[in-house]
Write a protein that binds this ligand. Sequence first.
Ligand SMILES: C[S@@+](CC[C@H](N)C(=O)[O-])C[C@H]1O[C@@H](n2cnc3c(N)ncnc32)[C@H](O)[C@@H]1O
Ligand SMILES: [Zn+2]
Length: 375
Amino acid sequence: MNLRKIKEGKAEIFIPDPKDYEKQGKFDPSWAPVFYNPKMVFNRDLSVIAVSVISPKKIVDALSASGIRGIRYQIESSSSSEVIFNDKNPRSVDLIKKNVEINDIHDATITNKDANSILFEIISDFVDIDPFGSPSPFILSSINATKNNGYVAYTATDLSPLEGRAVKSCKRKYDVQNIKLSFSKEIGIRVLISKIIREASILEKTAIPVLSFYHDYYYRIFMKVMRGARKADENLENLGYAIECDKCGFSSITKEMISKCPICGNNLKIVSRIWTGQLNDQDFLVKINERLANFKYLANYTNIQNLISKLIIENKYVTNYINLEFVASRYRTNVPSRSKMIECLSDATETHFDPKGIKTNKNFDEIIECIKKIN
Ligand SMILES: C[S@@+](CC[C@H](N)C(=O)[O-])C[C@H]1O[C@@H](n2cnc3c(N)ncnc32)[C@H](O)[C@@H]1O
Ligand SMILES: [Zn+2]
């Protein structure tokens, strides 16, 4: 395997030379013998800051590939951490050994196991699950490996099931009855959290999201894990439904099951059952924001700053986002600009999920009034 040296954050690592795996001038990271995706640098950059807030003593990079995450966490987030790197691919493990050595990572253990095996053998205060596609096969084991008040992070790139476009797959992987709605980009992450909480409850544990966001073609989420059957029972009460009326455009996230639209009486479209609580912990976001100045060297510094500022404001609105294009289409009006809607409603903000979406505490009648007034 020919190698190429690249720099990411403060780490320098070897990856398989992409040139050797091109097909008709194109390259997909999954064609190389060890996976490295430059499109995930934003994910890793922001994760480096989040892990610095957590400041774990022991990190498990359960699906390591080149080792880039664990290496960066050690160098950039938490130099006193012990890191366990794991991948079931032996060629990954060989490369991780090399990359760990050239980055001078001393406190490293490198294993060549199935993640679901190692995660039932160890316990740690931060576990990272960064799989191909859905993290579902690793949720139970990763929660098992996370100690009380520790953290676990998941990447999910399987947007079709999560956003309600692959309904059967969503039922299989997440046990959620999904359907495409106008705010499905937000529903996707609520489906994932719902699954995490239901899996955690099997182990008499529960979890709450401290950082969650959507970017490009994936979701990324950091959850705080807590032990206790009662806590698990209480948190299961935060699961509920996403509802939407195709006729009048009303939508909501609710703990109570309702089947008829409270505005026009039409039958509702329903997603069942999803997380209805907050998507981010305000203190955690503020801590990330406070630390940002230490991470000005990151390739995505400005974009991260923008996202965190948006999340801090967005997190104050507990409702789902309103898709202006969808609602306007129900009233056959032009789609109002976000800025004009925010001005008209006065208590509203943009959402990072969708360029056509706003979050507001105002009720549905007031939203419709503004849409009509702006036209
Ligand atoms: C998306 S890549 C990880 C990328 C890496 N975390 C990064 O940031 O560059 C997924 C990795 O998981 C490994 N993998 C897949 N299934 C696994 C399993 N059951 N146990 C351990 N490793 C697995 C693959 O070999 C691959 O290296
Ligand atoms: Zn209705």
